[in-house]
Design a protein around this ligand. Structure first.
Ligand SMILES: C[S@@+](CC[C@H](N)C(=O)[O-])C[C@H]1O[C@@H](n2cnc3c(N)ncnc32)[C@H](O)[C@@H]1O
Length: 234
């Protein structure tokens, strides 16, 4: 039996064929609210950093470093430990973040051990390839990797328990893809990715799983169609 909790390997995601700049353009076109989500992410991170000491940050699924750059601009003295299972994507991050203190780990974050002394864990559009059991397990692992008082800033693709809302959000997501795709091959790629590779879990369940993992204070800072930003404090 396959007990891996990640439903894809890096190769299934076609990242090797992408140049970083084109990937960044495509993901921003493909995910409704990607820019707004990141604006909110910056706002939440800025607020947290203003009243908490943040020296060590962990990022799960760094991709090309688009999200990391935003946090490191806010706190350039922090050290970032970044995990990704795609070497090509991480190469993009290495170029982009060359002036910052970043340690790169190539691997599946669901499979590797994580340190336990981070002040902040971040992940944006990086956890939705986990099966439900994988998300639950990962939330427990993230909780364990944070210092007491630490924060998990978690942006991702989500769905909703209410079936009509879930269906309409999906319809809007595909409509957005049709309207904004860079070209026909890109539309095919991202529509396939969204329909067959993404594993969206209801936000209500994900909040319950974060509580079960031990997080005490959980809030939703942004929601738009299938995209949400959740803040969970230890
Ligand atoms: C879609 S990118 C998101 C990048 C950026 N945060 C953004 O919002 O545009 C997510 C990254 O997570 C990585 N990823 C997904 N599942 C992973 C896993 N189980 N282990 C390690 N990396 C993973 C992918 O390779 C990809 O580079």
């Amino acid at each position: 039996m396959d007990d891996r909790t990640t439903n894809v390997a890096a190769g299934d995601l076609n990242y090797d064929s992408y140049e970083s700049e084109i990937y960044d353009d495509d993901i921003r076109r493909s995910i409704p609210g990607h820019d707004e989500l990141h604006k909110k992410f910056e706002e939440v991170a800025r607020e947290y950093i203003a009243s908490n000491k943040v020296e060590r940050i962990l990022e799960l699924g760094i991709g090309t470093g688009l999200t990391s750059e935003k946090i490191l601009k806010l706190i350039p003295t922090a050290s970032l430990t970044a995990v990704d299972f795609s070497e090509k994507m991480m190469d993009g991050a290495k170029k982009r973040l060359s002036k910052y203190n970043v340690a790169y780990i190539l691997g599946d974050y669901a499979e590797i051990n994580l340190d336990d002394d981070f002040d902040m864990v971040i992940s944006v559009i990086g956890i939705h390839h986990q099966k439900d059991e994988g998300k639950k397990k990962l939330f427990r692992k993230i909780y364990g990797s944070l210092k007491s008082g630490g924060v998990f800033i978690f942006g991702d693709l989500v769905t909703y328990k209410a079936k009509t809302k879930a269906a309409i959000n999906d319809a809007q997501h595909f409509h957005h893809l049709v309207e904004h795709a860079r070209n026909e091959p890109s539309l095919k790629e991202w529509a396939y990715h969204h329909k067959f590779l993404n594993l969206l879990a209801p936000i209500e369940d994900q909040i319950d799983w974060l509580k079960e993992a031990g997080f005490s204070e959980i809030s939703v800072a942004y929601e738009h169609l299938n995209t949400a930003l959740i803040i969970a404090k230890k």
